[in-house]
Design a protein around this ligand. Structure first.
Ligand code: HEM
Length: 132
């Protein structure tokens, strides 16, 4: 039968950061240690210092015994809801947009060349006829 694990965000866990209400996150699991603060052999300040972040390193550095690891399961209230890494937004650029602006401008004004040629020819023709 599947077990229902409650998921908490780090943001939510970080809001429990007082001596009356204290949560710690160790190795992806969330522990409500509020009732254990006074009894913890390592003191309550170590818990308060690690709220709102992953305390795995600090927990491991203290070299906790097997019995301490068994005891901590009593305080486990759920797991950390780890968000998937953000997928960078894809920028959709059409080939046309990728072309240099100069080329784009030129293609927009392609009519200038034939009109220019016709205009110059007309002027030259007019001058030629006038000379005659
Ligand atoms: C639910 C979580 C925790 C439980 C149940 C727990 C329990 C214990 C226990 C039973 C001891 C006595 C030594 C042993 O048996 O290993 C201990 C010592 C200690 N703990 Fe924790 N602990 C927890 C989390 C933490 C965290 C998150 C830190 C650090 C941020 C920490 C820091 C220490 C330190 C520094 C000692 C050594 C105290 C000394 O020997 O002077 N503990 N802990």
């Amino acid at each position: 039968m599947p077990t229902l694990t409650k998921l908490y965000s780090m943001e939510e866990a970080s809001q429990h950061n007082t001596t009356d209400d204290c949560w710690v996150v160790i190795d992806g699991k969330v522990y409500d240690v509020s009732s254990y603060l006074d009894e913890h052999p390592g003191g309550d300040d170590v818990f308060l210092r690690t709220t709102g972040k992953d305390a795995t390193d600090e927990f491991e550095d203290a070299g906790h015994s097997k019995s301490a690891r068994e005891l901590m399961e009593k305080f486990c209230i759920g797991e950390l809801d780890e968000l998937p890494p953000a997928i960078p937004e894809l920028e959709i650029v059409s080939k046309k947009q990728g072309l240099p602006q100069k080329v784009l401008n030129f293609t927009k004004q392609y009519w200038v060349i034939p009109v220019g040629v016709v205009g110059v020819s007309a002027i030259l023709g007019f001058l030629y006829l006038k000379k005659k």
